[in-house]
Design a binder for this molecule. Sequence first.
Ligand code: SAM
Length: 404
Amino acid sequence: MDPVRRQYETYPYPERDPADEAKRLIEGSPSHPVEIDHFLYRGRRDWSQPFRALVAGGGTGDGLIMLAVKLADIGCPAEITYLDMSEASRAVAEARAKARGLGSIRFVTGDLLTAPEFGPFDYIDCCGVLHHLADPDAGFRALAEALAPGGGIGLMVYAPHGRTGVYPLQAAFGRLLRDDPPEDQVRLARHVLSGLPETNWFSRNGLLGDHRASDAGLYDLLLHSRDRPYTVAELAGALERAGLGVVSFVEPARYDPQHYLPCDPELAERVKALEPLEKATLAEQLAGNMKTHIVYAARPGEGGEAQPSRSQAVPHLKDVAAAALARHVAANGGFTVETDGLDHAIDLPRATAPLIAAIDGARSLGEIAAAAGLDWLAFGAAWGPVHRGLTGFNLLHYSQGARR
Ligand SMILES: C[S@@+](CC[C@H](N)C(=O)[O-])C[C@H]1O[C@@H](n2cnc3c(N)ncnc32)[C@H](O)[C@@H]1O
């Protein structure tokens, strides 16, 4: 059996218990419908229209369940296909769907390269999969081929710098343990980890914790037999070879080098002269903490991020309650976001607090402006910093029909 398939049959990842569906819904990026709408449909998608989605390499079902639950919540006539080569992972994902009464998902056990046979799709989620393929370019091409005109993809691949130390250790474990059964590899790897010299780069990298969470996490992080990270430039290249382009990295602000440079007009000029992908590359090189790249992609000229230029646009907050954020901004003139060990200060005028407090995922910008007694021009000036500060860290999106 292919070693990657053997791994996911032995250790479906991430480890999930279908009984937990009664207690919580796991949400993340990519693939929340509000986020899909924001990044790929300019915040204007009509969710009463059919939506065909593929969850490619769906694993134990995190992205699948979130997408299916959220689409069901808004009554979207969705057709969702799950595709994964691991039967053990599919069994977990299917049990989770059953626990939630999600009957409409088509489950397929098979190779991601067969994706076009099941399409076309308006949206494809592919999270943590392409970097494990024997021929990742063939995977990018298969997904592009499965995409309907006007559709988009949300994907996550590993990134090298935040995973510093992982690859030498994967190589070392391969050399030492390659021929052992997976359970023995995990046991012996734990033993090695307990005595790693403090000079080892993995020991020094405080950004990684999967190996402590579960055996499946340890296997996925350190014992994987096929795992290659992508720099920004490598990812953009792979997308381009498949006929796709980057719509946005997530979180967008993390790909802006200004966040990692001293405030200096000379440096700012040099950054300004760079192409968008060069800027993102520079940000990745300076930040050093990116473990993954999450990206929304589409064919050139298709897809597109929502802008606050329309009064009908409906803003939604993510991971933060409007009232609490508004209070914080009123008191402190901004707030701080932490991303993989790095704090970013976001300055916002205190006067924006009432506008933030009015965000409820239902009111449009026009309604928020009217309630604040601002004409559209004055509102635009006041809303600008809120839009930039929050969308930059993926805390604000626009969608007229999807809900958080
Ligand atoms: C790290 S898991 C990620 C699962 C899920 N996407 C998530 O984010 O939770 C990778 C998944 O990709 C699947 N996979 C890897 N290579 C594949 C291939 N060539 N065809 C189909 N599935 C594949 C594995 O079986 C595994 O379930």
